[in-house]
Design a protein around this ligand. Sequence first.
Ligand code: NAI
Length: 245
Amino acid sequence: MARTAIVTGSARGIGKCIAMTLASKGTNIAVIDACPIEGIQETADEIKATYGVETKAYQCNVTDANAVKECVADVKETFGSVDILINNAGITRDGFLVRMKEEDFDAVISVNLKGSYNFFRECVPVMSKQKFGRIVSISSIVGLQGNACQVNYSASKAGVLGITKSVAREYASKNITANAVAPGFVQTPMTDVLPEKVKEQYIASIPLGRFGQVEDIANCVAFLVSDEASYITGQCISVDGGMHM
Ligand code: NAI
């Protein structure tokens, strides 16, 4: 039977590429995002038309615990199982420590960390019953080494690693693996908005001398949820051109 993957924040960017890549391997996809439903539906339709797998579009804010509960229950009902969870939805609200508004700190923690927790909490019981689950959360290089003006973002991304390792230990006996991928600088709408000068500085600090592409991240995620990676759990794999070693 085909496996089913939940991919949060998959209407665009890295999440969309992860969803496309998993679909290319025959995985059914629940496309989940908080943006207007038209954009989510468009991505779900594109994946289905391209790879012939089953897809469904869900407008769901990852911060809303009740909405997440309903969403995961609907995925189970619609597709018959929840085999793979990709926690990808994320936001930034950068600023100097002392100037960062409390609401900007809370918003980033709420989406990136609590949002991931909400999906872990709803998916893990389903996966436990199935005695199969593959979870990959998108952390960040910033969660490993910190970054100026990103105390909220780096804390959220480091927090995701804490959940990942704890779930890996707690549910290994249920054949659930939990891993993380830490991208460096990836070319997406999130990073397109950075000033050219900042982008040049980043390139100078990347040993492989280029920004990552969404496919670089998606290929690593696809490996971690594959049968070939069944003995890997509790790990964070950096996909950053060597920026963090
Ligand atoms: P993006 O901004 O292009 O896409 C993020 C998606 O998440 C959007 O479709 C957005 O609508 C959705 N989203 C935001 N808040 C949401 C919420 N509350 N509920 C549901 N969906 C929500 O960003 P990108 O670049 O594709 O990033 C994807 C992930 O990769 C994020 O977790 C980000 O932190 C992480 N990342 C990105 C890097 C980069 O260089 N682009 C580097 C390191 C990590």
